[in-house]
Design a protein around this ligand. Structure first.
Ligand code: C2E
Ligand code: CA
Ligand code: CA
Ligand code: CA
Length: 284
C-alpha cells in the first residue's frame, strides 16, 4: 500500500501499475510531439446569439500521436504537471496567431487561446505573447487569452499578483482576457470585479440546464442569470459555453447572455474548414 495524502491510502493494484506505465509512455510520446509537428490546432466559432454571426474562434489543440488522435483532456493535465504545457502552449499561441491573421484582416474575427496559469506566471510570458503578435502582424485586439478561474484564484498571493500584473500588461497591448469555465470553481461573484478580465465564459453546466424543467435547473438558471446581470453591470461580455440545442440557445439568450459557443453553431474544425464559416451566420 502506498500513502496518498494524510488520510487516504491507495492500494497499488495491477490496474494502477498499468495506469502508471500508460502515463510514462504517454509522457515520452508527448515529449516527442514537441516542438509541435504532431500538434494540430482546431477552431470553434463563438457567435452573437442574436445575429448568429461568428465574432471569434477558440483554438483547441489535438495531438495526432503515434497511436492516433488524442484529445486535450487526456494530455493537457499531464502537460501541466510536467511543465510541457509551456512549449506546448507557446506552439499553440504561434500557430493560432498565424492562422488568425487573414480571419482578422478579412472579417475582424478574433482568436481565443487557452493558457495555463503556469505559462502566465513565467517572467517571459508577456514577451512571448508580444513576440507572437509582432511576428504574425496580428494586433493585440485580435487576441483573447482564456484562463480558468481556478488558475486565477487558486495560486498563492504572490503568484496571483504576478498573473494579474502580466495580464494587465497584455491588456495594455489591447489583448483581452477571458475567464474560462466560470461557475465551476471558487466562483465568488465578487471576484469578477477585481480580476483583470474582459470576457466571462459561463460553463456548460449552466447552459445544459438552461432549458430543462426541475428544481436543479431552476437554481442553475438563477445563478446563470445573476452572472449574466453582473457581467452587464461590470461591462464584461458573457459567453454561454457548450450550447448543443436550439432550445438552449434561446434559453440563455432570454437570460440576457449576448454570446454563445457550442456544437449547435459549429464543432472545432481545422483552420481550412473554419475560414468558409466566417462572415456569415454560423447556422445558415
Ligand atoms: P475548454 O477551454 O473549456 O474548451 C471547451 C471544450 O468544450 C472543448 O473540448 C470543446 O470541444 C468542447 N465543446 C464545445 N462545444 C461543445 C458542446 O456543444 N458540447 C460539448 N459536450 N462539448 C463542447 P476539447 O477541445 O476536448 O478541450 C478540452 C479542454 O482542454 C479545454 O476546455 C481546455 O481546458 C483544454 N485545452 C484545449 N486546448 C488547449 C490549449 O491549447 N492549451 C491549454 N492550456 N488547454 C487547452
Ligand atoms: Ca477555453
Ligand atoms: Ca470552457
Ligand atoms: Ca473546460
Amino acid at each position: 500500500a502506498k500513502a496518498a495524502g494524510k488520510n487516504q491510502v491507495v492500494v497499488f493494484t495491477p490496474a494502477l501499475r498499468t495506469e502508471h506505465a500508460d502515463r510514462s509512455r504517454l509522457l515520452t510520446e508527448l515529449r516527442h510531439a514537441l516542438p509541435g509537428e504532431e500538434l494540430v490546432v482546431h477552431y470553434q466559432p463563438v457567435v452573437d446569439l442574436r445575429t448568429r454571426r461568428v465574432l471569434s474562434v477558440e483554438a483547441l489543440v489535438r495531438w495526432d500521436g503515434p497511436r492516433g488522435r488524442v484529445m486535450p483532456d487526456q494530455f493537457i493535465p499531464l502537460a501541466e504537471e510536467t511543465g510541457l504545457i509551456v512549449p506546448l502552449g507557446e506552439h499553440v499561441l504561434r500557430r493560432a496567431t498565424a492562422d488568425a491573421r487573414p480571419w482578422w484582416d478579412a472579417h475582424g474575427v478574433a482568436v481565443h487561446v487557452n493558457v495555463s496559469a503556469r505559462q502566465v506566471r513565467r517572467p517571459e510570458f508577456v514577451d512571448v505573447v508580444r513576440d507572437a503578435l509582432a511576428s504574425t502582424g496580428l494586433p493585440g485586439a485580435a487576441l483573447v487569452l482564456e484562463i480558468t478561474e481556478t488558475a486565477l484564484l487558486a495560486t498563492g498571493k504572490v503568484e496571483s499578483a504576478v498573473v494579474t500584473a502580466h495580464l494587465a500588461a497584455l491588456r495594455g497591448l489591447g489583448v483581452r482576457v477571458a475567464i474560462d469555465d466560470f461557475g465551476t470553481g471558487y466562483s465568488s461573484l465578487a471576484y469578477l470585479q477585481r480580476l483583470p478580465v474582459d470576457i466571462v465564459k459561463i460553463d456548460g453546466a449552466f447552459t445544459r440546464f438552461a432549458a430543462r424543467p426541475g428544481d436543479e435547473s431552476r437554481r442553475r438558471r438563477a445563478l446563470a442569470t445573476a452572472i449574466v446581470e453582473l457581467c452587464a453591470t461590470l461591462d464584461l461580455v458573457a459567453v454561454a459555453e457548450q450550447i448543443e440545442l436550439e432550445t438552449e440557445a434561446r434559453a440563455v439568450q432570454s437570460l440576457g447572455c449576448p454570446l454563445g459557443q457550442g456544437y449547435l453553431f459549429g464543432r472545432p474544425v481545422p483552420a481550412a474548414e473554419i475560414a468558409p464559416l466566417l462572415g456569415r451566420p454560423a447556422d445558415a
